[in-house]
Design a protein. Structure first.
Lengths: 244, 74
């Protein structure tokens, strides 16, 4: 997506989040203390990951919807026309894969940062009884399987189709795992799950909300920039491989 | 490629795996863990930010290598 405005907006929002996230007022809660500031970093990472995986699923659906029209190579003589036609056909598959790739990295980072936060508040790097942790790890594995699936199919068209179908189920499973199941269980360490009050009930004076919402937007825009670069590079690489 | 990937991974592993040794001087067992758990817990926020920064750096390195590879092929 062209233009500087949304990239700069993302960076500016994050500057605001970093500065006021670190020096702004927070509710003084026992055990959490200063680590509640991770609300502006760890939590948006997972929110953004959900958005990104959702977009990846949309691209997979679009690929399946638009792949009936076989690209017609016979009619085209120019090599550049053929390359363009193939790339156009693969466009949504490239998008789905790259968005999922970055989302996957975000998930890994989310697990690591969550583990750090857990050690500092719950006293352990990992809590095996905590449903949300196990669900998040399972969600990450679901997407790891997506990449393994992609790697196992040689033919590009078949790979794109199979991966697209799997991606749809992967996202549904992912949302069920990290959003539905942890909320249904009886006891959980995570706020907002298993009978705990969500963080929204902590910021009685909205001091955290005014930084949290811009944080989600800012991180989404910044990660969007990263995805944009990855997609553009992937297209250039593919174009180069096809031209050789 | 100037530096093969395996060298980078091996080098990073060397550094990362020896880090816990330097944490021993701070506290008893689980040095880093206790440092995170103690006091105002600002350490937790800082470590999280560093992890995010390292993630960004890894992305930039990956971009750099891929672009360089294409430049060299031209």
């Amino acid at each position: 997506m062209k233009g500087w405005w949304w990239k700069i907006t993302g960076v500016l929002l994050l500057v605001y989040v970093f500065v006021f996230g670190l020096i702004g007022e927070i509710p003084r809660l026992p055990i959490l203390e200063q680590s509640i500031r991770n609300l502006y970093f760890h939590v948006p990472m997972w929110f953004v990951m959900m958005l990104i995986m959702f977009m990846s699923m949309i691209f997979s659906i679009l690929y399946l919807a638009k792949s009936n029209t076989e690209h017609d190579i016979e009619g085209k003589r120019e090599q550049s026309e053929i390359v363009n036609s193939i790339l156009k056909h693969q466009k949504f598959d490239i998008l789905a894969a790259e968005w999922a790739k970055v989302g996957f990295v975000l998930g890994i980072l989310g697990l690591i940062t969550g583990s750090v936060w857990a050690r500092s508040t719950w006293g352990a790097w990992w809590v095996f009884e905590e449903v949300k942790l196990n669900a998040a790890a399972a969600g990450i594995l679901v997407y790891a399987a997506y990449f393994i699936l992609r790697g196992s199919v040689e033919d590009e068209d078949r790979r794109a189709r199979i991966a697209a179908v799997y991606n749809i189920f992967a996202f549904i499973m992912f949302i069920v795992l990290i959003n539905v199941i942890p909320r249904v269980v009886e006891s959980s360490l995570h706020p907002g799950n298993g009978g705990n009050p969500g963080f929204s009930s902590y910021d009685l004076d909205n001091n955290m909300r005014i930084i949290f919402y811009p944080a989600v937007i800012g991180w989404f825009l910044l990660v969007g920039w990263i995805i944009d670069l990855a997609v553009r590079l992937k297209k250039i690489e593919k174009r180069k491989n096809l031209s050789d | 490629m100037n530096i093969p990937v395996k060298f980078i991974i091996f080098g990073l592993l060397n550094v990362v795996l020896t880090l816990p040794l330097s944490a021993q001087s701070a506290l008893q067992e689980g040095g880093l863990g206790n440092a995170l758990f103690a006091g105002s817990k600002m350490a937790a926020v800082i470590v999280v930010l560093v992890i995010i920064l390292i993630g960004l750096a890894i992305f930039l390195v990956s971009m750099e290598r891929r672009i360089k590879k294409m430049e060299d092929d031209q």
